[in-house]
Design a protein around this ligand. Structure first.
Ligand code: FES
Length: 293
């Protein structure tokens, strides 16, 4: 909201500065006005000078601008006062003026400096605005993570005792049993089913109770949170403890190469308490004691 007001104001200010820098300074109005006392002083001095030189003696003559001089020169040039040169006229080839001889006037230098700095400032400002508005290039958590080929993932899960930890995405990937997929279709969304139908599920490792990182329990083949004792089966469905729902999970998709893409920027809330699509009981001793259903 503030940017929407500030940016147009800055652009208007920059345009006004640019216009002021480019405007001619030697116009009639650029000289300003003389005070009455100054005019009177100039007039008396001019009268004295005119008496001596028999020249026009007005205050306007003394405050003539370079534009007036140019105008007078143009009138003289067009008038009959042009001196006609008699005799043979020798025409020489045009030679470009020597830039070193011409040099740069102080006014030109200042004008160019102002325009240059104005251009630099506007360029920097534009780059800053673009940088602010450009969508950030996100990697790691928050981005879409390619977890690899589905078959490779399943092998890694088995090699790691049923749980694959992907720290880059703050997630656990476990296997979802094919025998439970019909039940899963009644509970889960298509964003979750895309991976589950291929036999895997990506779970956010943050406990939905108060945010602790939930570790796996290899002996029970569940997830068991050490902070307050919440327990979840291997696919993140709540089995005990104070958590208000099952473990949150990520949107999944499979690309044309058969690789699992996990969108860690899209967190799907875990299933409600009581959801138990796999019916998996603890397969050994719990790490935190028995589940309190
Ligand atoms: S934070 Fe996990 S049970 Fe409380």
């Amino acid at each position: 909201m503030i940017l929407a007001i500030v940016i147009p104001l800055l652009v208007l200010f920059a345009m006004a500065m640019l216009f002021a820098a480019l405007r001619r300074r030697d116009s009639r109005f650029a000289t300003g006005k003389l005070s009455r006392e100054t005019k009177a002083r100039d007039k008396s001095a001019a009268v004295a000078t005119a008496d001596a030189a028999d020249a026009p003696a007005t205050s306007e003559a003394l405050v003539a601008t370079s534009a007036d001089v140019e105008q007078e020169a143009a009138i003289v040039w067009r008038g009959s006062d042009v001196e006609v040169v008699e005799g043979e006229v020798v025409v020489t080839d045009w030679q470009p003026p020597d830039p070193d001889a011409i040099g740069v006037s102080r006014r030109q230098f200042l004008n160019r400096s102002i325009v240059g700095f104005m251009g630099l400032g506007l360029t920097g400002f534009g780059a800053a605005v673009l940088g602010f508005l450009w969508p950030p290039f996100v990697t790691g958590f928050g981005a879409v993570i390619n977890a690899g080929n589905i078959d490779d993932i399943k092998k890694q899960i088995q090699d790691n005792n049923g749980f694959l930890k992907v720290s880059e995405g703050r997630m656990w990937i476990t296997e979802y049993p094919a025998s439970s997929i019909d039940k899963a279709r009644e509970v889960y969304t298509s964003d979750e089913l895309a991976g589950m139908e291929q036999g895997v599920i990506a779970l956010f490792w943050k406990c939905p109770h108060l945010g602790c990182t939930v570790p796996e329990c290899v002996s029970s083949q569940w997830f068991e949170c050490p902070c307050h004792g919440s327990q979840y089966n291997r696919v993140g469905e709540k089995r005990g403890g104070p958590a208000p729902r099952g473990m949150d999970r990520f949107k999944m998709s499979i690309n044309s190469n058969g690789e699992l893409l996990v969108d860690t920027g899209t967190i799907i809330p875990g299933p409600p308490v009581g959801t138990n699509t796999t019916g998996q009981e603890a397969e050994g001793p719990n790490c935190l004691g028995q589940a309190s259903h």
